[in-house]
Design a protein around this ligand. Structure first.
Ligand code: PEP
Ligand code: MG
Length: 543
């Protein structure tokens, strides 16, 4: 048995087989091929396998995510038959008498370089497709295609690391747990796993590798451990712990349908955080009273082009309608740091967490921002929408953002498109600057939502992505508590309400403190709603 310890992100105990996602680029060596016909036959066979895989991926993405994202695989399937690409591969095999893998790799390099230097945005975006497709073809040639296909059925997904977009695109019904070698518990991939309610462990170390693909393992998401090839004793202990957890869950389930209030009767709005439309099911199943944070940026991470107004409108409308009149707070696009997208042509940065991101991109690109605001306002006609802006550091930013809001409202009015005139506008308080001047910012908005994930990283100067710093990432630091208290007091002094949507809100150890500090709303991962409702009901609001 091998025991690897990391940080538990989402509780739960599961046993199953490992599917290791190997994202490393395939290893290619140049080998002399005396019989080009043999190599050409191998290429044709690999293309047939790749074609079948791409068709399967197209169908799956179409069903799970939608047509726009699924098209990526259609485009790659067409590229497989591109004459120039195929001629280039053939040339290297027949004229230079070299192996198929090498011919594909060199062709990929040349096409990638040529496409990425083009002026046309669409063609430039295709360079990533050529690379993706060629890597697939090489994996098919060297027999590694099997590993990728072995994800069917329920599996414990293991990887060196997972990006937020990989996490969000996973087929939840087949994922028993997620375990990564690196990664921190407040990274977005980890937060998404929690939102989806999937037991998850991050940072178990580099011993977790592809050699364990297919092995039996047990994951303890509560203590943050993966046991590979677990022995009898361990399985028995985990079984007992699993039963205890189920018992606790049954007790907590009884809080469904109850209103959320402290022991002395103070009402607290208990909401849930989501990453996409598919998470709403868990929000409703766990009886959240609203959505406190819809991370809309994931809509920008699904495809290679910007989500259109129609695509966004459909997503927001679906969520708002499903919540049936309960408040839905959508945060405008917060791309940046670990949340990367192919659909914005952003330069690589030395320090992306403190880089060109979120509201900074929106205010510089009015067309992109207004597309999102139009979609949001159109969707507001279907329920109770609130909008908030991320990464705010000044009152000027809020005023500029509201200028775009006013423009959109005027346009919709002129076009006769209905929308809610009373959509609340708020901001995330997730930079120390915003917390310190929250008395000034409170005059500009209807509400605050405290984002403790980033507020912790920026206040303590600790990169939330870096697992080495996990022991120093202290969300209970007195500097943070002081800031949170100041923000709450400043909000109330200005007559606005204030919530928390960072992970600290999901921490049962902090519930009592937050309530006594005066918080009005707490937004947590869907799987934590009932647990926190229980905590709130045990708390006295008065000090
Ligand atoms: C936060 O920073 O606390 C937050 C809720 O936003 P995100 O985790 O998406 O950065
Ligand atoms: Mg944040």
């Amino acid at each position: 048995m091998i025991k690897l310890k990391g940080s538990g992100v989402c509780s739960g105990i599961v046993i199953g087989r490992i599917a290791y996602i190997d994202r490393s680029a395939p290893d290619v060596r140049m080998v002399r091929a005396d019989d080009p016909a043999v190599e050409m036959k191998r290429v044709e066979e690999a293309k047939a396998v790749a074609r079948a895989q791409l068709s399967e991926l197209y169908e799956k993405t179409l069903e799970d995510v939608g047509e726009e994202s699924a098209q990526i695989f259609n485009i790659q399937r067409m590229m497989l038959d591109d004459q120039d690409y195929n001629n280039a591969v053939k040339n290297i095999i027949t004229a230079d008498k070299l192996n198929a893998e090498y011919a594909v790799a060199v062709t990929a390099d040349n096409f990638e370089m040529m496409l990425s230097s083009m002026q046309d945005d669409y063609m430039r975006a295709r360079s990533a497709d050529v690379r993706d497709l060629s890597d697939r073809l090489i994996r098919c040639l060297n027999g590694k295609a099997q590993a990728e296909n072995s994800f069917s059925g329920e599996r414990i997904i293991c990887a060196f690391d997972l990006t937020p977009s990989e996490t969000v695109q996973m087929d939840k019904s087949n994922v028993l747990a997620m375990v990564t070698a690196v990664g921190s518990s407040v990274s977005h991939a980890a937060i998404l796993a929690k939102t989806m309610g999937i037991p998850a462990v991050v940072g178990v170390g580099r011993k977790l590798s592809s050699e364990y693909n297919g092995e039996l393992a047990a994951v303890d998401g509560t203590d943050g451990v993966i046991y590979i090839d677990p022995d009898e004793n361990t399985l028995a202990e985990l079984e007992a712990k699993h039963k205890e957890e189920l018992k606790h869950r049954e007790i907590v389930k009884k809080l469904k349908g109850r209103s959320t209030a402290t022991r002395d009767g103070r009402k607290i709005n208990l909401y849930a955080n989501i990453g996409g439309v598919s998470d709403v099911e868990a929000v409703i199943a766990n009886d959240a009273e609203g959505i406190g944070l819809f991370r809309s940026e994931f809509l920008y991470m699904e495809g290679k082009t910007l989500p259109s107004e129609e695509v966004q409108f459909a997503a927001y409308k679906k969520v708002i309608e499903a919540m049936d009149g309960k408040r839905v707070i959508v945060r405008t696009m917060d791309i940046g740091a670990d949340k990367k997208t192919d659909c914005l042509d952003l330069e690589p940065e030395e320090n992306p967490a403190m880089g060109y991101r979120a509201i900074r991109i929106c205010l510089n690109n009015g067309d992109i921002f207004k597309t999102q605001l139009r979609a949001l306002y159109r969707a507001s006609a279907y329920g109770k929408l609130a909008i908030m802006f991320p990464m705010i550091i000044s009152a000027g930013e809020i005023r500029t953002a509201k200028y775009f809001v006013d423009e959109v409202r005027s346009e919709l009015r002129a076009e006769g498109i209905p929308f809610d005139e009373n959509v609340e506008i708020g901001i995330m308080i997730e930079t120390p600057a915003a917390a310190v001047i929250s008395d000034i910012l409170a005059n500009e908005v209807d509400f605050f939502s405290i984002g403790t994930n980033d507020l912790t990283q920026y206040t303590l100067a600790i990169d939330r992505q870096n697992p080495v710093l996990e022991e120093f990432y202290d969300p209970y630091h007195p500097a943070l508590k002081r800031m949170i208290k100041t923000v709450i007091d400043n909000a109330h002094a200005a007559g606005i309400w204030v919530g928390i949507c960072g992970e600290l809100g999901s921490d049962p150890h902090m519930t009592d403190w937050l309530i006594k500090a005066g918080i009005d709303e707490i937004s947590v991962s869907p799987s934590m709603v009932l647990e926190i409702r229980g905590r709130i009901s045990e708390t006295e609001a008065s000090i």
